[in-house]
Design a protein around this ligand. Structure first.
Ligand SMILES: [Fe+2]
Ligand SMILES: [Fe+2]
Length: 677
């Protein structure tokens, strides 16, 4: 059992130093970090908790020895105690975004600021090691930030990942996601703003999330990120219309309310509401089993019961969810809610009539679309499914293989001499060529294999449930068959790019959109390499010539880290020879001894800076032409300008999308190999 009356060491030298006061549903969490000789305090809290927080911090370090206080944004629940910390002897810097500093001055603080946007979103500790900040604008303040500790792989996330609960616990349990959703639905502005920030986080190695509200998340980190990535939040959103019958009736919808109450108030209180009522609850599954109330009255009766037994506070706690559901399912707002302030504030009637008009329009459109769809998804030239169909189909396929952990080989194929046929014989001969090719492919592949015609002369073939080796064999056989076929007006050849699902990076397997994108983009990239190589080529790795990749040496300059290991492994998997060094000086010496073919360099390296290293390489005729790829968490206008002034045209923001990095390396490697041959 964790003793919450003392600081709790969450990870080595990272402490939770908050209060255990359980009176407020929105619990606040300050954190203290000791690293590289520096003490840093994160989001110290409000005046209500100040006494406890000060005493917990003092039990670790005198207040005057704290080097900086990091502020995720400007709200009183995390900043109001600042003057009390100054009175207690704090004389360090206030570290935040300048938009936050603008507001913080009104707390009457006197400490100097360290503006992270003027310091490349980094903070350097006394020993030279550093931590980074992630900008999360409008989540929920224009200057909001999160702090990322690379050594601990911890994210101190401010309001993001915060949760509401009446029975607070330091560590998040399985119900935490509901409380987290409840908080974000109200306090975060929109799905469109939240989603890209969560997408960025998916690439960070994170082992712990420490939010300013709610509980510390140690388990299922990716699931929590995904929950927020997919969350519809912001009350003014135009929501998607859904049908009650599709979810199995109104009682099923009420389960969403029930689940939220379990997360907010716990089992015991939920018992108090539903015991000896018309609703029967399965307390283990946290769902309604049945009710004696007629279907049309369930929605209103549920809230009358809650109001009767628990009062208006329980209604307020789920008002945002009820409002969202009434909009989504076009339900009336239950009478119990009509007294709540939010209703009168927003002209719901106006919204509803707007929604009704939209609904009617949608129905009309749907009917027209249904008629057209059949025609829309068929390519008139080849009678195969077309590009429109393919967009949806590839997503379905990704969903299927992600669920079943199945295999899929994705082959893109294009006619090399289609332009010549169109030019020499006219476009109708070009169309006939495509039709003949489509029929030929139909004959060659099994019935389950889906063939689509994409733009121009490009065809996509989805071979389900086969290994990459089998797919290569099938593709080669098909290629030979096409080349030998005599019914074309002139013999044709095809170029092919193949990608297999087993090549997908494991980090992507949670995100269907990204899986589809990587699959298609890489196959397309390989198809283009094949086209460049001349007629009748199949490329199934991202390389353009027959030369062995192990002849290409890549130097990665970065301090030892998971990020560096991932880059090394990715490139080695692509069969490059990879060397690593930890700082600029080692890099300079190694480059002089064994001239690498490509250099990938972190911006913030020790002993010799990356830009100084680049200048030294440019000054030497032996090394000035080595392609130089830069990477940094601080890719901003300033660093990009400096990089460009030194002729660095590849600059990746970290965390890097590894498939993009290997894509660029493959292009550079093939350029090098072409020069040599
Ligand atoms: Fe806030
Ligand atoms: Fe907050």
């Amino acid at each position: 059992m964790t003793d919450l009356t003392k600081p709790v060491e969450l990870m080595p030298n990272l402490w939770w130093v908050g209060s255990t006061d359980n009176q407020r549903n929105l619990h606040c969490n300050p954190y203290l970090l000791f690293q590289g000789g520096s003490y840093l305090l994160f989001d110290p809290g409000s005046v209500l908790d100040a006494e406890i927080v000060l005493s917990k911090v003092r039990s670790i370090v005198p207040i005057q020895d704290i080097e900086a206080i990091i502020l995720s944004h400007q709200d009183p629940d995390l900043c109001a105690a600042l003057p009390l910390f100054e009175q207690a002897g704090f004389s360090g810097k206030l570290c935040c975004h300048e938009r936050t500093a603008m507001i913080i001055q009104y707390y009457g603080v006197k400490s100097p600021y360290y503006l992270i946007n003027q310091n490349q979103y980094q903070y350097a500790f006394k020993d030279g090691s550093s931590m980074g900040f992630l900008f999360a604008p409008y989540l929920h303040f224009p200057g909001a930030i999160m702090s990322y500790l690379p050594q601990q792989k911890a994210l101190i996330s401010g309001d993001l990942f915060g949760g509401i609960s009446s029975h607070w616990e330091l560590f998040a349990g399985p119900d935490y996601k509901e409380g987290m959703k409840a908080f974000h639905e109200v306090y975060m502005p929109s799905h469109e703003i939240l989603k890209p920030v969560m997408e960025q986080l998916q690439y960070y190695p994170i082992e712990m999330i420490c939010p300013q509200h709610g509980s510390v998340i140690k388990d299922s980190i990716q699931e929590h990120i995904l929950t927020l990535k997919n969350l519809q939040c912001g009350l003014f959103l135009d929501t998607l219309r859904k049908q009650i019958k599709d979810i199995g009736g109104i009682l099923k919808l009420c389960n969403q309310i029930l689940k939220r109450y379990f997360a907010l108030y716990g089992n015991e209180f939920v018992h108090q509401v539903f015991d000896a009522s018309s609703f029967t609850v399965n307390y283990k599954e946290k769902v309604f089993i049945k009710t004696s109330i007629p279907e049309e009255d369930i929605w209103n009766e549920l809230f009358s019961l809650i109001e009767e037994r628990k009062g208006i506070a329980w209604l307020s706690a789920i008002a945002s969810l009820v409002e969202l559901l009434t909009k989504e399912y076009d339900l009336p707002l239950p009478p119990s809610f009509k007294t709540l302030v939010f209703h009168s504030q927003r002209n719901l009637d106006e919204q509803r009539s707007k929604a009704e008009a939209m609904h009617y329009k949608n129905e009309q459109l749907e009917a027209i679309l249904r008629e057209r769809n059949k025609k829309l998804f068929i390519d008139p030239v080849t009678q195969l499914n077309n590009q429109e169909f393919h967009k949806g189909f590839i997503l379905e396929e990704m969903k299927r293989i992600a669920q079943e952990k199945g295999e899929l080989a994705y082959l893109l194929l294009s006619i090399d001499n289609l332009a010549n046929i169109n030019l020499d014989f006219g476009s109708s001969e070009g169309d006939k060529t495509m039709l003949t090719l489509a029929n030929l492919i139909r004959l060659e592949v099994s019935l389950e294999t889906k063939i689509c015609r994409l733009a121009g002369g490009v065809f996509a073939i989805h071979y389900a449930s086969i290994s990459k080796e089998e797919a290569i064999e099938k593709a080669n056989n098909l290629r030979v068959k096409i080349e030998e076929e005599e019914s074309f007006i002139i013999p044709i050849t095809v170029s092919m790019g193949l990608y297999h699902s087993m090549e997908l990076p494991p980090a992507l397997w949670l995100d269907i959109d990204q899986m589809a994108q990587v699959m298609h983009q890489t196959a397309l990239f390989r198809l283009k390499l094949a086209q460049k190589q001349g007629h009748g080529t199949l490329i199934h790795t991202s390389i353009s010539t027959g030369t062995s990749r192990s002849a290409v040496t890549i130097l990665v300059v970065d301090k030892p880290s998971l990020g560096r290991d991932l880059i090394q492994k990715t490139l080695e998997r692509e069969r490059y020879r990879v060397l690593t060094v930890s700082n600029g000086l080692e890099a300079k010496n190694l480059i002089a001894d064994s001239r690498p073919d490509i250099i990938i360099c972190e911006l913030m390296i020790e002993k010799l800076g990356s830009f100084t290293l680049r200048k030294a390489l440019l000054a030497n005729t032996n090394t000035q032409r080595i392609p130089f790829i830069l990477m940094s968490v601080n890719k901003n206008e300033h660093t990009v300008r400096r990089a460009l002034s030194l002729g660095i045209s590849y600059f990746f923001a970290r965390p890097i999308a590894l498939y993009e990095l290997s894509g660029v390396v493959n292009i550079l490697a093939s350029q090098l190999q072409r020069k040599e041959s």
